[in-house]
Design a protein around this ligand. Structure first.
Ligand SMILES: O=C1NC(=O)NC(C(=O)O)N1
Length: 313
């Protein structure tokens, strides 16, 4: 029998699959649906301190090979998700979950980190350094000095298990630079990638941008993202301290896509666009399909093939 058990640091998961932050995880009802699905764990919508309405609609559109979104960090505020997480961990002591935060300033990130540090939350925290959709706000992950500064301030007091959600990088020198920064900090994981920032798609009937915010600019997800996600997971897997594990996100539409992210080095696989379009039942199909690929390859455990991508010599 194939076993999809995986782990990050001391945290054990009975299945490699989970949602990508932002997808079907805004409300407690949605989060409960994820918890009841075949996913191994879940992550909350990236929180800001105060509730946010986000960008004007239409702000999400399905595309032929994925999606475009400019949600603008709509969320119920940190307290709402912290409250959910504290109740969840009481009821599910053996199922660690992720809390995502996306402060719009250094002060906001640190204030939320203090609130979490002072709480009884015992899961993992994902610091989102890569939201591309807040007008006027650059992605922290593309500013290496700022990333260094945020992480230095954060880990001067934060002791709970944490990781970062990164934007996609497209240059090997950027992988080198970013990995050199990340290796300085006690991160448990790096989640790569967030959506391909600031894409644009057009309605062929009206010659109009598909979504309203930012003149139609939004993050691209789905199959378009797979080759970039594979490269980013692989590049960081080759450069990061082995203590920092990878979460692979981007382009998962079937079991083979998940298998490929694990080959590239991922310990957990997040699902975004597919989950948005297919619903939590997608985890049942993905689990079945990944098991089938593993069986074909003669693998019975994730550790049998994680990071085992071969290259031509
Ligand atoms: O980090 C994010 N990535 C996205 O693609 N969209 C959301 C958002 O816009 O809130 N945030």
């Amino acid at each position: 029998m194939t076993d999809l058990h995986t782990s990050i640091d001391k945290f054990q998961f009975d299945n490699v699959f989970m949602n990508a932050s932002g997808v079907r995880c805004y409300t407690k009802g949605e989060l409960d649906e994820l918890a009841q699905s075949d996913a191994g764990t879940l992550v909350t919508k990236s929180a800001t301190q105060a509730k946010r309405l986000g960008n004007p609609s239409p702000r999400y559109a399905r595309l032929e090979l994925g999606s475009i979104n400019s949600m603008g960090l709509p969320n119920e505020g940190l307290e709402y998700y912290l409250d959910y997480a504290l109740n969840f961990q009481k009821a599910n002591p053996d199922k660690p979950i992720f809390l995502s935060v996306a402060g719009l300033s250094m002060e906001e990130n640190l204030a939320m980190a203090h609130a979490i540090e002072d709480s009884d939350f015992n899961g993992l925290v994902e610091f989102n350094l890569s939201c591309p959709n807040v007008p006027g706000k650059p992605q922290t992950g593309y500013d290496f000095d700022r990333t260094q500064e945020v992480l230095t301030n954060l880990f001067s007091f934060f002791t709970k298990p944490a990781g970062v959600k990164l934007p996609p990088y497209f240059d090997l020198a950027q992988f080198d630079q970013m990995a050199a920064i990340l290796n300085q900090f006690p991160l448990k994981f790096v989640n790569s990638i967030n959506s391909l920032g600031n894409g644009l798609m057009i309605d062929p009937e009206t010659d109009t941008a598909l979504i309203k915010p930012k003149g139609g600019f939004g993050g691209i997800g789905g199959a378009y993202a797979k080759p970039i996600a594979l490269a980013n997971v692989r590049a960081f897997s080759q450069r990061l301290d082995p203590k920092i594990q990878l979460i692979g996100t981007g382009g998962v539409t079937n079991g083979r896509d998940a298998y490929d992210l694990i080959l590239a080095g991922a310990s957990l696989v997040q699902v975004g666009t597919l989950l948005q379009e297919e619903g939590p039942a997608a985890f049942t199909r993905l689990t079945r399909e990944l098991r089938a690929v593993m069986q074909t390859k003669g693998y019975s455990a994730i550790s049998d093939f994680k990071g085992q991508l071969k290259v031509l010599s």
